[in-house]
Design a protein around this ligand. Sequence first.
Ligand SMILES: Nc1ncnc2c1ncn2[C@@H]1O[C@H](COP(=O)(O)OP(=O)(O)O)[C@@H](O)[C@H]1O
Ligand SMILES: [Mg+2]
Length: 351
Amino acid sequence: MAEVRIKAVSKIFGDVKAVNAFDTVVKDGEFVSILGPSGCGKTTMLRMIAGFERPSLGEIWIGDELVSSAESGVFLAPEKRSIGMVFQSYAVWPHMNVFQNVAYPLTIKNLNKEEIARRTNRVLGLVHLDGYAERFPNQLSGGQQQRVALARALVCEPRLLLLDEPLSNLDAKLRESMRFEIKELQRKLNITVIYVTHDQSEAMAMSDRIVVMHQGVVQQIASPVDVYETPANETVADFIGLVNFVPAELTADEVIFPSLGHAVKRDNACRGRARVGIRPENIALSKTETGLQGTIVHKFYMGDATDCRVAVGTETLRVIAKGDGFREYQDGDAVWLRLDKMIVFPVGDKA
Ligand SMILES: Nc1ncnc2c1ncn2[C@@H]1O[C@H](COP(=O)(O)OP(=O)(O)O)[C@@H](O)[C@H]1O
Ligand SMILES: [Mg+2]
Protein backbone atom coordinates (compact mmCIF):
# COMPACT_ATOMS: atom_id res chain seq x y z
CA MET A 1 0.00 0.00 0.00
CA ALA A 2 1.25 3.41 -0.79
CA GLU A 3 0.31 6.95 -1.44
CA VAL A 4 1.38 8.30 -4.83
CA ARG A 5 2.26 11.95 -5.22
CA ILE A 6 2.55 13.34 -8.71
CA LYS A 7 3.95 16.85 -8.72
CA ALA A 8 3.64 18.99 -11.86
CA VAL A 9 4.66 16.13 -14.15
CA SER A 10 4.94 16.80 -17.88
CA LYS A 11 6.09 14.59 -20.72
CA ILE A 12 7.13 16.06 -24.02
CA PHE A 13 7.74 13.92 -27.12
CA GLY A 14 9.30 16.16 -29.78
CA ASP A 15 6.64 18.81 -30.23
CA VAL A 16 3.84 16.81 -28.57
CA LYS A 17 3.08 17.67 -24.97
CA ALA A 18 1.60 14.26 -24.10
CA VAL A 19 1.16 15.15 -20.41
CA ASN A 20 1.02 18.74 -19.22
CA ALA A 21 1.62 19.61 -15.53
CA PHE A 22 -0.20 16.59 -14.06
CA ASP A 23 -0.56 17.18 -10.35
CA THR A 24 -2.38 15.01 -7.83
CA VAL A 25 -2.08 12.84 -4.76
CA VAL A 26 -3.52 9.33 -4.87
CA LYS A 27 -4.17 8.30 -1.29
CA ASP A 28 -3.13 5.06 0.31
CA GLY A 29 -5.70 2.38 -0.60
CA GLU A 30 -7.53 4.64 -3.02
CA PHE A 31 -8.87 3.56 -6.44
CA VAL A 32 -8.25 6.37 -8.91
CA SER A 33 -9.02 6.23 -12.63
CA ILE A 34 -7.42 8.31 -15.31
CA LEU A 35 -10.16 8.80 -17.89
CA GLY A 36 -10.08 10.49 -21.26
CA PRO A 37 -10.28 9.93 -25.00
CA SER A 38 -7.64 8.03 -26.94
CA GLY A 39 -4.40 10.00 -27.26
CA CYS A 40 -4.99 12.29 -24.26
CA GLY A 41 -1.89 11.07 -22.39
CA LYS A 42 -3.25 8.40 -20.04
CA THR A 43 -0.78 5.65 -20.89
CA THR A 44 2.13 8.07 -20.87
CA MET A 45 1.23 9.17 -17.33
CA LEU A 46 0.88 5.59 -16.14
CA ARG A 47 4.19 4.58 -17.72
CA MET A 48 5.91 7.43 -15.90
CA ILE A 49 4.51 6.18 -12.59
CA ALA A 50 5.69 2.66 -13.46
CA GLY A 51 9.13 3.88 -14.50
CA PHE A 52 8.94 2.90 -18.17
CA GLU A 53 9.10 6.55 -19.12
CA ARG A 54 10.99 9.47 -17.59
CA PRO A 55 9.13 12.73 -16.90
CA SER A 56 10.37 15.79 -18.82
CA LEU A 57 9.39 17.95 -15.84
CA GLY A 58 8.20 17.34 -12.29
CA GLU A 59 8.52 14.53 -9.80
CA ILE A 60 6.78 11.36 -8.66
CA TRP A 61 6.75 9.93 -5.16
CA ILE A 62 5.57 6.45 -4.18
CA GLY A 63 5.11 6.26 -0.43
CA ASP A 64 7.94 8.36 0.99
CA GLU A 65 10.29 7.44 -1.82
CA LEU A 66 11.11 9.85 -4.62
CA VAL A 67 11.08 7.57 -7.70
CA SER A 68 11.41 10.12 -10.53
CA SER A 69 12.58 13.70 -10.60
CA ALA A 70 13.32 15.44 -13.87
CA GLU A 71 14.92 18.33 -12.03
CA SER A 72 17.31 16.39 -9.79
CA GLY A 73 17.82 13.44 -12.15
CA VAL A 74 16.49 10.83 -9.71
CA PHE A 75 15.16 7.75 -11.49
CA LEU A 76 14.29 4.43 -9.90
CA ALA A 77 14.05 1.48 -12.33
CA PRO A 78 10.58 -0.10 -12.72
CA GLU A 79 11.56 -3.36 -10.99
CA LYS A 80 12.67 -1.41 -7.92
CA ARG A 81 9.35 0.44 -7.53
CA SER A 82 7.40 -2.48 -6.05
CA ILE A 83 4.40 -2.07 -8.32
CA GLY A 84 2.25 -4.47 -10.31
CA MET A 85 1.15 -3.60 -13.81
CA VAL A 86 -1.49 -5.02 -16.15
CA PHE A 87 -1.80 -4.06 -19.81
CA GLN A 88 -4.60 -4.21 -22.35
CA SER A 89 -2.79 -6.94 -24.28
CA TYR A 90 -2.63 -9.64 -21.63
CA ALA A 91 1.08 -10.11 -22.22
CA VAL A 92 1.09 -13.62 -20.78
CA TRP A 93 3.84 -15.91 -22.01
CA PRO A 94 2.45 -18.52 -24.39
CA HIS A 95 5.17 -21.10 -23.71
CA MET A 96 4.56 -21.09 -19.95
CA ASN A 97 1.57 -22.58 -18.17
CA VAL A 98 -0.59 -20.53 -15.81
CA PHE A 99 1.45 -21.45 -12.75
CA GLN A 100 4.75 -20.59 -14.44
CA ASN A 101 3.39 -17.30 -15.76
CA VAL A 102 2.16 -16.20 -12.36
CA ALA A 103 5.18 -17.53 -10.45
CA TYR A 104 7.67 -15.89 -12.79
CA PRO A 105 8.23 -12.67 -10.79
CA LEU A 106 8.94 -14.82 -7.72
CA THR A 107 11.32 -17.21 -9.49
CA ILE A 108 13.56 -14.35 -10.59
CA LYS A 109 13.76 -13.35 -6.93
CA ASN A 110 15.30 -16.75 -6.12
CA LEU A 111 12.74 -17.67 -3.48
CA ASN A 112 12.51 -21.31 -2.45
CA LYS A 113 10.10 -23.68 -4.20
CA GLU A 114 7.67 -24.03 -1.29
CA GLU A 115 7.30 -20.31 -0.86
CA ILE A 116 6.82 -19.79 -4.60
CA ALA A 117 4.13 -22.48 -4.69
CA ARG A 118 2.37 -21.10 -1.63
CA ARG A 119 2.26 -17.51 -2.88
CA THR A 120 1.39 -18.46 -6.46
CA ASN A 121 -1.48 -20.70 -5.38
CA ARG A 122 -2.81 -18.06 -3.04
CA VAL A 123 -2.96 -15.43 -5.74
CA LEU A 124 -4.45 -17.91 -8.26
CA GLY A 125 -7.23 -18.43 -5.71
CA LEU A 126 -7.76 -14.68 -5.42
CA VAL A 127 -8.41 -14.35 -9.15
CA HIS A 128 -10.54 -17.53 -9.25
CA LEU A 129 -8.07 -19.59 -11.27
CA ASP A 130 -7.61 -22.45 -8.83
CA GLY A 131 -7.52 -25.61 -10.89
CA TYR A 132 -6.06 -23.89 -13.96
CA ALA A 133 -2.40 -23.99 -12.93
CA GLU A 134 -1.38 -26.56 -15.56
CA ARG A 135 -3.16 -24.95 -18.50
CA PHE A 136 -1.39 -23.02 -21.20
CA PRO A 137 -2.62 -19.59 -22.34
CA ASN A 138 -4.00 -20.98 -25.63
CA GLN A 139 -6.30 -23.17 -23.53
CA LEU A 140 -7.80 -20.14 -21.75
CA SER A 141 -10.47 -17.59 -22.64
CA GLY A 142 -9.58 -13.90 -22.92
CA GLY A 143 -11.00 -13.23 -19.48
CA GLN A 144 -8.97 -16.05 -17.95
CA GLN A 145 -5.79 -14.81 -19.63
CA GLN A 146 -6.44 -11.36 -18.21
CA ARG A 147 -6.83 -12.95 -14.77
CA VAL A 148 -3.44 -14.62 -15.22
CA ALA A 149 -1.96 -11.19 -15.96
CA LEU A 150 -3.68 -9.79 -12.87
CA ALA A 151 -2.39 -12.64 -10.70
CA ARG A 152 1.14 -12.14 -12.02
CA ALA A 153 0.91 -8.42 -11.20
CA LEU A 154 -0.21 -9.21 -7.64
CA VAL A 155 2.06 -12.13 -6.76
CA CYS A 156 4.86 -9.96 -5.37
CA GLU A 157 2.35 -8.13 -3.17
CA PRO A 158 3.02 -4.75 -4.75
CA ARG A 159 2.31 -1.54 -2.89
CA LEU A 160 0.63 -0.14 -5.97
CA LEU A 161 -1.31 -1.71 -8.86
CA LEU A 162 -1.36 0.04 -12.23
CA LEU A 163 -3.85 -1.08 -14.88
CA ASP A 164 -3.91 0.21 -18.45
CA GLU A 165 -7.25 -0.50 -20.18
CA PRO A 166 -7.13 -4.07 -18.84
CA LEU A 167 -10.67 -4.93 -19.95
CA SER A 168 -10.74 -3.40 -23.43
CA ASN A 169 -10.16 -6.69 -25.24
CA LEU A 170 -12.97 -8.50 -23.47
CA ASP A 171 -16.57 -8.76 -24.62
CA ALA A 172 -19.18 -6.50 -22.99
CA LYS A 173 -20.66 -8.97 -20.47
CA LEU A 174 -17.29 -10.19 -19.25
CA ARG A 175 -16.02 -6.63 -19.02
CA GLU A 176 -18.83 -5.79 -16.62
CA SER A 177 -18.28 -8.78 -14.39
CA MET A 178 -14.50 -8.20 -14.34
CA ARG A 179 -15.15 -4.67 -13.04
CA PHE A 180 -16.68 -6.14 -9.93
CA GLU A 181 -13.89 -8.66 -9.57
CA ILE A 182 -11.16 -6.06 -9.79
CA LYS A 183 -13.00 -3.85 -7.30
CA GLU A 184 -13.48 -6.82 -4.92
CA LEU A 185 -9.82 -7.69 -5.20
CA GLN A 186 -8.80 -4.12 -4.43
CA ARG A 187 -11.02 -4.09 -1.33
CA LYS A 188 -9.75 -7.45 -0.16
CA LEU A 189 -6.08 -6.53 -0.60
CA ASN A 190 -6.60 -2.90 0.38
CA ILE A 191 -4.19 -1.91 -2.35
CA THR A 192 -3.74 1.47 -4.07
CA VAL A 193 -4.93 1.27 -7.69
CA ILE A 194 -4.44 3.63 -10.61
CA TYR A 195 -6.65 2.52 -13.49
CA VAL A 196 -6.45 3.93 -17.01
CA THR A 197 -9.50 3.76 -19.24
CA HIS A 198 -11.34 5.60 -22.01
CA ASP A 199 -14.57 3.95 -20.85
CA GLN A 200 -16.49 6.31 -18.61
CA SER A 201 -18.85 3.71 -17.19
CA GLU A 202 -15.86 1.60 -16.14
CA ALA A 203 -14.32 4.58 -14.36
CA MET A 204 -17.64 5.56 -12.80
CA ALA A 205 -18.32 2.05 -11.48
CA MET A 206 -14.98 1.38 -9.84
CA SER A 207 -13.30 4.60 -8.80
CA ASP A 208 -13.14 6.55 -5.59
CA ARG A 209 -12.03 9.47 -7.73
CA ILE A 210 -11.65 10.09 -11.44
CA VAL A 211 -8.99 12.21 -13.13
CA VAL A 212 -10.48 13.46 -16.39
CA MET A 213 -7.84 14.25 -19.01
CA HIS A 214 -8.07 15.99 -22.35
CA GLN A 215 -5.13 16.68 -24.68
CA GLY A 216 -2.57 16.10 -21.94
CA VAL A 217 -4.27 18.42 -19.46
CA VAL A 218 -6.15 17.37 -16.33
CA GLN A 219 -9.66 18.84 -16.53
CA GLN A 220 -11.08 17.70 -13.21
CA ILE A 221 -10.28 15.40 -10.32
CA ALA A 222 -13.38 14.42 -8.39
CA SER A 223 -15.67 11.61 -7.30
CA PRO A 224 -17.81 9.93 -9.99
CA VAL A 225 -20.89 11.76 -8.68
CA ASP A 226 -19.21 15.16 -8.83
CA VAL A 227 -17.67 14.58 -12.24
CA TYR A 228 -21.11 13.68 -13.58
CA GLU A 229 -23.29 16.18 -11.74
CA THR A 230 -20.97 19.15 -11.44
CA PRO A 231 -18.48 18.85 -14.30
CA ALA A 232 -15.71 21.45 -14.15
CA ASN A 233 -16.19 22.55 -17.75
CA GLU A 234 -17.93 21.73 -21.01
CA THR A 235 -15.22 19.28 -22.05
CA VAL A 236 -15.89 17.15 -18.98
CA ALA A 237 -19.68 17.47 -19.30
CA ASP A 238 -19.43 16.36 -22.91
CA PHE A 239 -17.06 13.46 -22.34
CA ILE A 240 -18.85 11.97 -19.31
CA GLY A 241 -22.37 10.92 -20.17
CA LEU A 242 -24.67 12.56 -22.70
CA VAL A 243 -25.52 16.22 -22.72
CA ASN A 244 -27.48 18.79 -24.75
CA PHE A 245 -25.77 22.17 -24.87
CA VAL A 246 -28.10 25.13 -25.33
CA PRO A 247 -27.11 28.82 -25.43
CA ALA A 248 -28.70 30.95 -22.71
CA GLU A 249 -28.85 34.35 -21.05
CA LEU A 250 -28.63 34.54 -17.27
CA THR A 251 -30.51 37.17 -15.32
CA ALA A 252 -30.67 37.41 -11.53
CA ASP A 253 -33.60 34.98 -11.32
CA GLU A 254 -33.99 33.36 -14.74
CA VAL A 255 -32.23 31.28 -17.34
CA ILE A 256 -33.54 32.42 -20.71
CA PHE A 257 -33.14 30.11 -23.71
CA PRO A 258 -33.69 32.25 -26.83
CA SER A 259 -33.39 29.31 -29.22
CA LEU A 260 -36.00 27.33 -27.27
CA GLY A 261 -38.32 30.31 -26.73
CA HIS A 262 -38.33 29.36 -23.06
CA ALA A 263 -37.16 30.54 -19.66
CA VAL A 264 -36.70 28.75 -16.36
CA LYS A 265 -36.75 30.35 -12.89
CA ARG A 266 -33.37 30.05 -11.21
CA ASP A 267 -31.21 32.21 -8.94
CA ASN A 268 -27.97 32.92 -10.75
CA ALA A 269 -24.67 34.00 -9.31
CA CYS A 270 -23.52 35.25 -12.75
CA ARG A 271 -25.29 37.37 -15.34
CA GLY A 272 -24.93 37.39 -19.09
CA ARG A 273 -24.27 34.75 -21.70
CA ALA A 274 -23.94 31.10 -20.84
CA ARG A 275 -23.99 27.65 -22.31
CA VAL A 276 -26.27 25.32 -20.43
CA GLY A 277 -25.79 21.57 -20.34
CA ILE A 278 -28.92 19.50 -19.91
CA ARG A 279 -28.57 15.75 -19.62
CA PRO A 280 -31.15 13.74 -21.62
CA GLU A 281 -32.42 12.01 -18.48
CA ASN A 282 -33.01 15.38 -16.82
CA ILE A 283 -35.63 16.40 -19.31
CA ALA A 284 -38.97 15.07 -18.13
CA LEU A 285 -42.21 14.58 -19.98
CA SER A 286 -44.78 16.98 -18.65
CA LYS A 287 -48.22 15.46 -18.06
CA THR A 288 -49.91 18.82 -18.50
CA GLU A 289 -49.59 21.20 -21.42
CA THR A 290 -47.12 23.46 -19.66
CA GLY A 291 -43.42 24.03 -19.97
CA LEU A 292 -41.55 23.55 -23.16
CA GLN A 293 -43.41 22.45 -26.27
CA GLY A 294 -41.68 20.33 -28.87
CA THR A 295 -42.23 17.75 -31.57
CA ILE A 296 -40.86 14.22 -31.54
CA VAL A 297 -38.51 13.79 -34.48
CA HIS A 298 -37.37 10.22 -33.81
CA LYS A 299 -38.20 7.81 -31.06
CA PHE A 300 -35.90 4.85 -30.36
CA TYR A 301 -37.17 2.09 -28.13
CA MET A 302 -34.26 0.75 -26.03
CA GLY A 303 -36.05 -1.73 -23.77
CA ASP A 304 -35.25 -0.13 -20.43
CA ALA A 305 -35.68 3.41 -21.79
CA THR A 306 -36.86 5.44 -24.75
CA ASP A 307 -34.36 7.69 -26.47
CA CYS A 308 -35.98 10.58 -28.34
CA ARG A 309 -34.89 13.46 -30.52
CA VAL A 310 -37.32 16.30 -29.85
CA ALA A 311 -37.42 19.48 -31.95
CA VAL A 312 -37.90 22.52 -29.74
CA GLY A 313 -37.59 26.01 -31.24
CA THR A 314 -34.48 25.88 -33.41
CA GLU A 315 -32.83 23.10 -31.33
CA THR A 316 -33.11 19.34 -31.39
CA LEU A 317 -32.87 17.97 -27.86
CA ARG A 318 -32.06 14.43 -26.90
CA VAL A 319 -34.47 13.20 -24.24
CA ILE A 320 -34.21 9.83 -22.51
CA ALA A 321 -37.19 8.56 -20.55
CA LYS A 322 -36.79 5.50 -18.36
CA GLY A 323 -39.43 2.80 -18.64
CA ASP A 324 -42.28 3.44 -21.03
CA GLY A 325 -42.57 7.22 -20.58
CA PHE A 326 -42.96 7.79 -24.31
CA ARG A 327 -45.02 4.70 -25.02
CA GLU A 328 -48.14 6.50 -26.34
CA TYR A 329 -46.16 8.91 -28.48
CA GLN A 330 -45.16 8.58 -32.12
CA ASP A 331 -42.81 10.46 -34.40
CA GLY A 332 -44.40 13.82 -35.27
CA ASP A 333 -46.43 14.07 -32.04
CA ALA A 334 -46.39 17.23 -29.97
CA VAL A 335 -44.92 16.81 -26.51
CA TRP A 336 -44.47 18.98 -23.41
CA LEU A 337 -41.19 18.91 -21.58
CA ARG A 338 -39.77 20.12 -18.28
CA LEU A 339 -36.08 20.88 -17.69
CA ASP A 340 -35.37 19.34 -14.29
CA LYS A 341 -31.67 19.96 -13.87
CA MET A 342 -29.19 22.20 -15.63
CA ILE A 343 -25.43 22.61 -15.63
CA VAL A 344 -24.67 26.26 -16.25
CA PHE A 345 -21.38 27.35 -17.84
CA PRO A 346 -21.13 31.16 -17.98
CA VAL A 347 -19.42 32.07 -21.25
CA GLY A 348 -17.43 34.89 -19.64
CA ASP A 349 -15.76 32.40 -17.30
CA LYS A 350 -13.96 30.73 -20.17
CA ALA A 351 -10.22 31.18 -20.25
N1 LIG B 1 7.02 7.15 -27.45
C1 LIG B 1 6.31 8.16 -28.00
N2 LIG B 1 6.89 8.97 -28.92
C2 LIG B 1 6.20 10.00 -29.46
N3 LIG B 1 4.93 10.31 -29.15
C3 LIG B 1 4.30 9.53 -28.25
C4 LIG B 1 4.97 8.42 -27.63
N4 LIG B 1 4.09 7.83 -26.77
C5 LIG B 1 2.94 8.55 -26.87
N5 LIG B 1 3.08 9.56 -27.73
C6 LIG B 1 2.05 10.57 -28.06
O1 LIG B 1 1.60 11.14 -26.85
C7 LIG B 1 0.20 11.35 -26.87
C8 LIG B 1 -0.46 10.61 -25.72
O2 LIG B 1 -0.38 9.23 -25.97
P1 LIG B 1 -0.88 8.14 -24.92
O3 LIG B 1 -0.33 8.45 -23.58
O4 LIG B 1 -0.60 6.81 -25.47
O5 LIG B 1 -2.46 8.40 -24.93
P2 LIG B 1 -3.67 7.51 -24.38
O6 LIG B 1 -3.13 6.39 -23.56
O7 LIG B 1 -4.52 8.45 -23.59
O8 LIG B 1 -4.41 7.01 -25.59
C9 LIG B 1 -0.27 10.92 -28.24
O9 LIG B 1 -0.31 12.06 -29.06
C10 LIG B 1 0.80 9.96 -28.67
O10 LIG B 1 0.90 9.92 -30.08
MG1 LIG C 1 -3.36 4.33 -23.80
